[in-house]
Every structure is written in structure tokens, then in C-alpha cells.
Design a protein around this ligand. Structure first.
Ligand code: PLP
Length: 447
């Protein structure tokens, strides 16, 4: 007899979740009419422009009426061309009007395609020994065998470990639990300098790229790298001919208060992988944005990019992407994420008054807090206590959707709660979220 209630396999197999009926602005409504704040911005950091923006489905419907799908080996479509141009005009730093854009479907695709492009770049340049991807522990890059292997989230990796390619991970930039047990500025950013040691040990002639999230999302609950980190990473990559891939699947499209998260460090990656906010959850779409210099060897050798997916550059999704980005730009949502995000982080710091909240962090509209059993020693709760899930349940009951996470300490232990509401969120709505968070933390058992 099956224990599952459904034929459909959901995220928690047969566990019953409320049926979502409709959504408007930052609010979600279940089939019984109960209202929830979309505090996680989807699962997670997806719903950039909020729900119910009629221009997006209208643009998608108009495109779908002309045609939805084109055979990609035979035709291109206009929304695909227009969206790439739009993105090139918003690309950061030296990528501005100096990049080309490739579209796929999920964030995982974008990461896979980014590492494939890095590899092909080196081969086309005649440097075929360069293939190794260096990534970080406590990171998340997706769930394909390739991207899960580059991720540093032990709980998600363990089952698939025998299937991964052998690739090194360096420690994360995570000051609350510094892997080197140092603190800023005396550490002199040892976490970044470790990249150089690792490249030297592997031999730069073998290293293709380094991949990192500007603000670590699912693995660390919104931890931005410290000032100077990515500047040093850029310098190390340049000195050793290693490409720098910024995984902006979560941090792109205004989430952190800049169009791309990496802009906070004032450096330009060679390749950006992005998804989620580009269509705000209205339709699946992801992209890689790479400097013209990265595409040039492929163009010179008349050698097409060797990745490819059936639904690449889907016309309806690209039309949705254009409407979403236009909405972000016209409504000043990047600016709103910056100002209201700063207010959200400030108010979240109130939670440090609770004995179980050890750290509060974030950037723009991507914030989180970490739960600890002992504040002085930063000892985590035992994973079996499911503390982040307890906070999630208490907040959900009160009408706030949060994103519960584990793994801050070692990829398995270490509870966190992440918030990433839509970029349209107002200060009054932040207050509403904080009221629920206070009530939730007061209500949960901590033993
Ligand atoms: N990269 C990062 C930084 C992510 O946060 C995620 C998903 O959360 C992914 C990649 C994978 O994206 P997707 O779940 O769309 O495959």
C-alpha cells in the first residue's frame, strides 16, 4: 500500500501541502482563501516582480499566438534576439554591450552550459589541457551530476558522490564561521588567497574556471563575500589564465540591490550564469552571459557552442523575460531592493535578541539568519531537531513563507532561515513579516 497521497511526485513525495489558488503582489492564497506573504520569493529568490503583473502573461500570450516553439536547428525567433540585446545593455562592468547571451531553461542548465563554454573556450584556443573547475564548499550550483558535483552542499551531494568528476572545492568566504578561524581584516582574505594555492597545486595549465555565488544562497542562507574578496579572486584568475564564472542564478536581476550581485565588488566576471528573477517565476528561462572575448575563439574557428537543449531560447519564455526586465527597469525595482532590503536587514537584526539566533546577514532583498544552540560557542542544533523547519512551520501557520535551510557548518549541520521577498516589497510589508517572525520565534520549542 502506497503511503503517498499523490501520483504526482512532489518535493516531499506524498506529504500534503496546501493547494495554491492565486497570487497577487507579494501575497499567495491557498484554496481555502488563506493569505501568505511570499517571504522566500518562491523556492527561492525567484519572484522578482511579484505576482499578477499582467504585462508578462500578455506578452507571452501574444507570442504564443504567433508561435510558441521554433525548431532551433532551422530558425531563430525575434524575442530571443531582442532579449539578448536588452541584457547586453544591462550587463555589468566590461560586459556592458560587450557580451553575447545564450538561453536555456533552468539555473542548473545555465551552470552546466557555463562550465561547458569555459572548457570549449580553452580547447578552441588550443589549450586543451585546461578542464578543471574549482568551486567552494557550502555553495549551491544545481542538481545535474555536473553542477551538484561543483556544489558544496554535503547533504545534497552524498548520494551522488561516486558519479561526480573529481573537482576541488576551496573553503567558503563565511566570516561568521571562518574556516580558517580568523577574522577580518587580519585574515587578509585567506579564503580568497586559497584559490591561488589550489590553482598552483593543480597546475594552472589544467584549470579552466572558478565558479562562485556573489552571495551564497541555498548553502549559507544569504552570506555575501566580504569587501575585497572578488577583487582578489579576479586578480588571481587573471594572473593564472583561469576564467571566473559568477553564478548569479539567485543574485541576478536586482535581488541584491544591484542588477547583478557581482557589481557590489566592482569586478567583471568572464561568464555569468543566471535564471530565476529574469522571468520572475512566470515561465522557466535561464541564460549565460559571456564576454565577447570568450565567444571569439568559437567564432574564429567557426565552431558552434557544443551545448544545446530542445527548449533553448524558447520564444514564449524570451517574451516573458523581456516583459519582466522592462518591469524591473521601469518600476525602479533594483533601487527598491536596495533601500527596502537595507530596512529589512536592519529590522532582522532585532532577532539577535533571541537566544537561538546567532547571526543575521544579507544583501539587498536577500537576507537570512542562522540558528544556534549556544550563541557563545556558535554550536549548531543537532540536525535531527529540524530547527529551521520548526521556524518555517511556525511562520507558515501565521501566513509567512520562509525558506528553511541546513548545512551552514559542514554541509549537513547548521540551521538557517532565508528570506527573499519580491523586489516590490514595501517597508510596511517588511514590518508585517517581522511581526510574524517575532511571534514564530517566541512560539517554537528549542529543546
Ligand atoms: N545556482 C544557484 C546559485 C542556485 O541558487 C540554484 C537554485 O537554487 C541553481 C544554480 C540551480 O537552479 P535550478 O534550480 O533552476 O536548476
Amino acid at each position: 500500500m502506497s503511503k503517498s497521497d499523490f501520483t504526482a511526485v512532489g518535493r516531499f513525495l506524498g506529504k500534503k501541502q496546501p493547494l495554491m489558488a492565486r497570487a497577487e503582489g507579494i501575497y499567495l492564497y491557498d484554496a481555502d482563501g488563506k493569505r501568505y506573504i511570499d517571504g522566500s520569493g518562491g523556492s527561492s529568490s525567484v519572484t522578482s516582480i511579484g505576482h499578477g503583473v499582467v504585462e508578462v502573461p500578455a506578452a507571452m500570450a501574444a507570442q504564443a499566438q504567433a508561435f510558441s516553439y521554433n525548431p532551433t536547428h532551422a530558425f531563430i525567433n525575434q524575442p530571443f534576439l531582442d532579449l539578448a540585446d536588452l541584457i547586453a545593455g544591462l550587463a555589468p562592468g566590461e560586459m556592458y554591450q560587450n557580451c553575447k547571451v545564450w538561453f536555456a531553461v533552468t539555473g542548473t542548465d545555465a551552470v552546466d552550459d557555463a562550465v561547458c563554454l569555459a572548457r570549449q573556450y580553452w580547447v578552441e584556443k588550443g589549450r586543451a589541457t585546461k578542464y578543471v573547475i574549482i568551486s567552494r564548499w557550502q555553495s549551491y550550483h544545481g542538481m545535474s551530476i555536473s553542477s551538484c558535483g561543483f556544489s558544496g552542499l554535503t547533504a545534497r551531494r552524498t548520494l551522488f558522490t561516486p558519479m561526480f568528476v573529481n573537482s576541488p572545492h576551496i573553503p567558503p568566504a563565511y566570516c561568521y564561521r571562518c574556516p580558517f578561524e580568523k577574522s577580518l581584516p587580519q585574515c587578509d582574505l585567506l579564503c580568497a588567497r586559497t584559490l591561488e594555492t589550489t590553482i598552483r597545486q593543480l597546475g594552472p595549465e589544467n584549470v579552466s574556471a572558478f565558479i562562485a555565488e556573489p552571495v551564497v544562497g541555498s548553502a549559507l542562507g544569504a552570506v555575501p563575500a566580504p569587501e575585497g574578496y572578488f577583487q582578489l579572486i579576479r586578480d588571481i584568475c587573471d594572473r593564472h589564465d583561469v576564467l571566473f564564472i559568477a553564478d548569479e542564478v539567485m543574485t541576478g536581476w536586482g535581488r541584491t540591490g544591484r542588477t547583478f550581485g557581482i557589481e557590489h565588488w566592482g569586478v567583471t566576471p568572464d561568464i555569468i550564469a543566471t535564471a530565476k528573477g529574469v522571468t520572475g517565476g512566470y515561465t522557466p528561462l535561464s541564460a549565460i552571459i559571456a564576454r565577447n572575448e570568450v565567444w571569439q575563439p568559437l567564432i574564429d574557428n567557426d565552431s558552434p557552442f557544443r551545448s544545446g537543449h530542445t527548449m533553448n531560447a524558447n520564444s514564449v519564455s524570451c517574451a516573458g523575460g523581456i516583459a519582466t526586465i522592462q518591469h524591473i527597469v521601469e518600476r525602479g525595482l533594483v533601487e527598491n531592493a536596495r533601500t527596502v532590503g537595507a530596512y529589512l536587514l536592519e529590522r532582522l537584526k532585532e532577532l539577535l535578541d533571541y537566544s537561538i539566533v546567532g547571526d543575521v546577514r544579507g544583501l539587498g532583498m536577500m537576507v537570512g539568519f542562522e540558528l544556534v544552540r549556544d550563541k557563545a560557542t556558535r554550536e549548531p542544533f543537532p540536525p535531527a531537531m529540524h530547527m529551521s523547519r520548526r521556524v518555517y512551520d511556525a511562520a507558515f501557520e501565521r501566513g509567512l513563507v520562509t525558506y528553511p535551510l541546513t548545512g551552514a557548518v559542514d554541509g549537513a549541520a547548521g540551521d538557517m532561515v532565508k528570506l527573499a521577498p519580491p523586489l516590490i516589497t514595501t517597508k510596511v510589508q517588511v514590518d508585517e513579516m517581522l511581526t510574524i517572525l517575532h511571534q514564530s520565534l517566541e512560539s517554537i520549542p528549542v529543546t
